[in-house]
Design a protein. Structure first.
Length: 445
C-alpha cells in the first residue's frame, strides 16, 4: 500500500472539490437537460444511458455529471483521462470491458477531455462501442463536430451543457457559505451584491466562482471570529475591475450595446474603448467575438463581404490563444467594422421573410422546384417544367420559386454602400430580365 506524505494529509481540498455535487438534486444548472421530465434526467434515473458526449465550456459540470451517473448506475464505471492515457491503456480497459460484457455486465467508460485524443486513439474505442462492450461518455470543451471522429460521433448522442447563469452561480455561492463542506459554521460576512460580483466575474464557470469566493474569504478582514469580505477584497483577488458590472448584470448588456452602436456609428475610438472596458472587466473574449461576427452581417453585410471573414478569423484567434494576447485581434476586427461601409439590408431581408414564413407555414413548395427521385413523384409532376439555369445563355430562367401567394414579393433591398452597390446593379439587371421574359418572350437557349 502506498503511504501518503505529511503534505498530502494536511492539505485540504479546494472548495470546488469539497462541494462537488453527488446527486442530481444537488446539481446546479442545465435545467434544459436535467429538469423534471427532461430527456437526460429520464435516462439517468432509469439507468438506461447510451454513449454520449457532454460538450460545454469549463466549469459547467461535465465531469460532475459523469460522476453522478457513476453513483446511480449498476454498470462498472471507469474514469479515464485523455491527458494521461494512451492506446496501450485504452486496449487494456477495452479487453476488461469485453470480458465483463460476456458475463452480462455493462461498462461505462468516462473520458475526460476526449478532444485531446488523436484519431488513432479515438479509433481504438470504435469497435467496442459498436459491439456494446462499453458505453462511452466523453467530455469536451471543443466542438465535437471538429474534434471527435465522425464514425465515433455518429454513435454518440451530444448533449450541450450551457454556461451557468448568474442566478445559478449565486445559489452555488450561497450554498458554499452554509454547507459544512464549505464555510458553514464559520462567521462570514459578505454582502449579497459582492456575491453577485463574484458570480458575474466567473462568467458561467462554477469552479471559477467557488475558487474566487474561497480566495476572497481567505483574504478577508478578520475581526474577532468574524471574516468580512468587501468589494475591495474581491477586486484585489481577481485583479480585475469587477465593479464595472453591476449587481443586476445590466452593465454587461450596456457595454456590449455601447460597443455595437459605436461600430455602427463608425466611431473606432469609442468602439476600442468599450472593447477595452469589457475585456479588462473579465468578459469572455469569445463572447465579444461572437457579437462582432453577428455585427459583420447585421450591420455591414454585402457592403463589405470581407468583414465576415475577418471577424470569423478573429474568433478563431481568440479561441487559439485567449486573453490577453487576443485583445489585439478583437481590436483589429472592431476597428475594421467601424470603418467599413454599413448596410442592414440582410437583416431587414431576413426579418421580413421571417414574418411571412411564420404566418404562412403551410405554403407548399412549387412543384417546378421539387426534386423527383422516384417514379411516383414524377407522375405527380414533381419537377415538371424545371429549367436548369446553366443550360441557358443568361444563366437565368423565368421559373417561379416562391409560393403562389407570395409571387413577386421582395425581401432583399440592397443599398448602394460599398460593394453592395454592385449587388444592387446586378439585382436590377436580373429583375429586368425576368420582367421581359415572363411577358411571353421566347427564351434563348
Amino acid at each position: 500500500m502506498e503511504q501518503g506524505t505529511f503534505f498530502e494529509v494536511s492539505s485540504p481540498q479546494p472548495l470546488a472539490a469539497r462541494l462537488r455535487p453527488t446527486t442530481l438534486e444537488e446539481y446546479c444548472g442545465q435545467k434544459h437537460l436535467l429538469g423534471e421530465g427532461k430527456v437526460l434526467r429520464r435516462l439517468i434515473e432509469s439507468d438506461n444511458i447510451g454513449s454520449m458526449i457532454f460538450w460545454g465550456p469549463p466549469g459547467v459540470g461535465k465531469t460532475t455529471l459523469a460522476r453522478i451517473i457513476a453513483g446511480r448506475t449498476r454498470a462498472n464505471f471507469i474514469d479515464f483521462s485523455a491527458v494521461t492515457s494512451g492506446i496501450k491503456e485504452i486496449k487494456q480497459v477495452m479487453e476488461q470491458a469485453e470480458k465483463n460484457r460476456k458475463f452480462g455486465e455493462k461498462t461505462i467508460l468516462f473520458v475526460d477531455e476526449i478532444h485531446r485524443f488523436n484519431k488513432a486513439q479515438q479509433d481504438a474505442f470504435l469497435p467496442y462501442v459498436e459491439k456494446g462492450s462499453i458505453i462511452l461518455i466523453g467530455a469536451t470543451t471543443e466542438n465535437p463536430s471538429f474534434e471527435v471522429n465522425g464514425a465515433l460521433l455518429s454513435r454518440c448522442k451530444v448533449f450541450v451543457l450551457q454556461a451557468l447563469k448568474t442566478e445559478d452561480l449565486l445559489v452555488l455561492l450561497e450554498h458554499a457559505l452554509t454547507d459544512e463542506r464549505g464555510f458553514g459554521g464559520q462567521n462570514i460576512e459578505i454582502p449579497h451584491d459582492v456575491l453577485e460580483i463574484i458570480a458575474n466575474f466567473a462568467n458561467g464557470d462554477a469552479r471559477s466562482a467557488l475558487s474566487t469566493l474561497e480566495m476572497a474569504i481567505l483574504n478577508g478582514d478578520v475581526t474577532g471570529e468574524k471574516t468580512i469580505v468587501t468589494r475591495e477584497t474581491v477586486q484585489e483577488c481577481t485583479s480585475k475591475k469587477s465593479l464595472l458590472y453591476d449587481k443586476s448584470g445590466e452593465e454587461h448588456y450596456n457595454l456590449i450595446s455601447a460597443l455595437h452602436k459605436s461600430m455602427r456609428n463608425s466611431d473606432p475610438d469609442a468602439a476600442v474603448y468599450w472593447l477595452a472596458r469589457m475585456l479588462e472587466a473579465g468578459e469572455d473574449p469569445l463572447y465579444v467575438a461572437r457579437r462582432i461576427v453577428r455585427f459583420a452581417s447585421e450591420d455591414v453585410g454585402l457592403a463589405d463581404p470581407r468583414a465576415l471573414e475577418l471577424c470569423v478569423a478573429a474568433y478563431q484567434a481568440c479561441h487559439f490563444i485567449g486573453m490577453p494576447e487576443c485583445s489585439v485581434h478583437l481590436t483589429q476586427a472592431v476597428v475594421y467594422l467601424s470603418l467599413a461601409p454599413k448596410s442592414n439590408a440582410l437583416e431587414v431581408a431576413y426579418m421580413t421573410a421571417k414574418q411571412d414564413a411564420l404566418t404562412q407555414l403551410s405554403e407548399p413548395v412549387p412543384l417546378v422546384i421539387r426534386n423527383a427521385p422516384t417514379r411516383l413523384m414524377k407522375e405527380l409532376d414533381y419537377g415538371k417544367g424545371y429549367k436548369y439555369a446553366h443550360d441557358y445563355k443568361d444563366k437565368i430562367t423565368d421559373i417561379q420559386c416562391l409560393p403562389d401567394s407570395l409571387a413577386g414579393k421582395e425581401y432583399y433591398h440592397p443599398t448602394e454602400e460599398g460593394l453592395e452597390g454592385r449587388c444592387k446593379a446586378r439585382l436590377e439587371e436580373i429583375k429586368a430580365w425576368k420582367r421581359a421574359h415572363r411577358s411571353g418572350n421566347k427564351k434563348e437557349k
